[in-house]
Design a protein around this ligand. Structure first.
Ligand SMILES: Cc1cc2nc3c(=O)[nH]c(=O)nc-3n(C[C@H](O)[C@H](O)[C@H](O)COP(=O)(O)O)c2cc1C
Length: 266
């Protein structure tokens, strides 16, 4: 449990933590606060740490970057206009330069992924990356073989795989130099959301670093139909999220149009 108590010297009894979480109780006599998680409610979300103006919540978490410019006013970090354009310019990349991405940049992507929210703040997902073209080819071949065995998938993708197999050595990954995996031993609906959010965070972080990505549902489906395929990628999780990553070789001159959505109730 990362929250270990309250620094009584720092606590000024402002009671903000009481409005944050029920593990805090007022200590009226001393105009302070009592931390009591005997019911095991704390899920390590850390909001009490983030909200205490006195920095009086004691914890044993070793994250270094909790205070940074804009943290108090996140709306000043990036404007709606910028995020709108950043998201509209976000593309699935299926054409990559062969060049590998250096370790420092890759680490930055994983650094953002670990800040993705997860249901219950369980954060049980594991991350990995494969950059070996021989393993990626083996994985790509296994995915194509598996999807072709499935009647529906074969009808939907059989021809496409045939075509792209003539162009790429690892057609499933369009010869991207890296493929990123997010796996989890949880196997429920919320976990599917968690993995989706983590993948999206990683992909957006990659875009900010000049990199291109593409979600790879094909691998996920193939691994669900045939869990043996996971061995090739040294994965053991019940649920997996996959995206490829590299320097984009495709240029876009405009964002593609998307149809309007009517919004019930607005
Ligand atoms: C959950 C999910 C799974 C996807 N799986 C694949 C995939 O297996 N192969 C692929 O080439 N593209 C895949 N895509 C990319 C979509 O085809 C793409 O997002 C869509 O065509 C819109 O294009 P854009 O992302 O460039 O806007 C996937 C996208 C999502 C969100």
């Amino acid at each position: 449990m990362p929250v270990t108590g309250i620094d009584i010297e720092k606590c000024n009894g402002c009671n903000i933590c009481l409005t944050t979480c029920i593990v805090f109780r007022p200590d009226k006599e001393n105009h302070k606060v009592i931390f009591n998680d005997s019911d095991g409610i704390c899920n390590d979300c850390g909001k009490c740490i983030a909200r205490c103006p006195q920095d009086a919540i004691l914890h044993d978490m070793d994250d270094v970057s909790c205070e940074f410019e804009g943290v108090k006013h996140p709306e000043t970090i990036i404007s709606y206009d910028e995020i709108y354009k950043f998201i509209r310019a976000h593309r699935s990349i299926r054409l990559y330069k062969g060049k590998k991405v250096d370790k420092e940049k890759l680490q930055k992507i994983f650094d953002v992924m670990r800040y993705a929210p997860t249901g219950g703040n369980l954060r049980s997902e594991r991350f990995s990356i494969i950059s070996d073209p021989i393993i990626l080819k083996k994985l790509s071949d296994a995915v194509v073989e598996q999807l072709n065995k499935n009647k529906e998938m074969h009808e939907q993708y059989g021809k496409l795989f045939e075509m792209i197999s003539r162009i790429f050595k690892s057609p499933v990954y369009f010869d991207a130099p890296h493929v990123v995996f997010v796996e989890s031993d949880e196997n429920n609906e919320i976990e599917a959301n968690n993995i989706g959010i983590i993948v999206s965070y990683g992909r957006l972080a990659a875009q900010s670093l000049g990199l291109g990505t593409c979600w790879n549902g094909w691998t996920q489906i193939a691994m669900r139909h045939n869990p043996e395929i996971k061995n090739i990628a040294d994965l053991t999780g019940k649920r997996v999220g996959v995206f490829m990553l590299g320097y984009p070789a495709a240029k876009f001159f405009r964002a593609p149009p998307r149809s309007q959505k009517s919004i019930k109730g607005l």
